[in-house]
Design a protein around this ligand. Structure first.
Ligand SMILES: [Zn+2]
Ligand SMILES: [Zn+2]
Length: 174
């Protein structure tokens, strides 16, 4: 997820370059690597580089209803400003009034690494409960079977007991 930005940093603000991105990234709460594809617009600002990225992240994850693993994708729209740690003209280290943990910085070798931002955005923009399909039927609360694959008759049994109680009530009333 590295972009060489030394040339862009020397240009005046407003200059931009468009880059394609295709790779994979590790996110600690997702078992397998996530695929990342999309386009990244890098624009020079007065102080650093503005990143505007449209990305599609594909990942293997677990459905919150039926607990089965499946492949899902999340659209990310990243808008962040990156600040250089080295002043390219003087070669000196930039002194920031305070280093903000929420800010992103361009590395000393003039590499802008998008990995951290992508990781954060994946966590922020992923749904709390993944669903393998719109109408996933989930697991049966009685026998635990995956209702997407097979039908069990737990619900019918329940209905039967309900009907029985109803009938019993009727008999009582009679
Ligand atoms: Zn499911
Ligand atoms: Zn069941």
């Amino acid at each position: 997820m590295d972009f060489k930005v030394a040339t862009l940093l020397k240009l005046s603000s407003g200059n931009k370059i468009m880059e394609n991105l295709s790779g994979s990234i590790e996110v600690d709460w997702i078992t397998d690597e996530c695929g990342v594809d999309g386009s990244v617009l890098l624009m020079k600002t007065d102080v650093g580089i503005w990143v505007s990225a449209h990305l599609i992240v594909t990942m293997r994850t677990e459905c919150g209803s039926c607990l089965e693993e499946y492949k899902d994708s999340v659209n990310l729209q990243i808008e962040e400003e990156y600040f250089p740690t080295i002043n390219l003209i003087t070669g000196e280290k930039n002194r920031f009034e305070r280093v903000d943990e929420n800010n992103f910085y361009i590395r000393e070798d003039n590499i802008l690494d998008l990995s951290d931002a992508i990781g954060q955005y994946i966590s922020l923009q992923s749904p709390l409960n993944f669903k393998c399909m719109e109408n996933c039927r989930g697991l049966c609360t009685e026998c635990g079977i995956n209702l997407n694959h097979v039908d069990c008759d737990c619900r019918n049994k329940k209905k039967d007991t309900k009907l029985m109680t109803l009938l019993e009530n009727y008999t009582v009333r009679d």
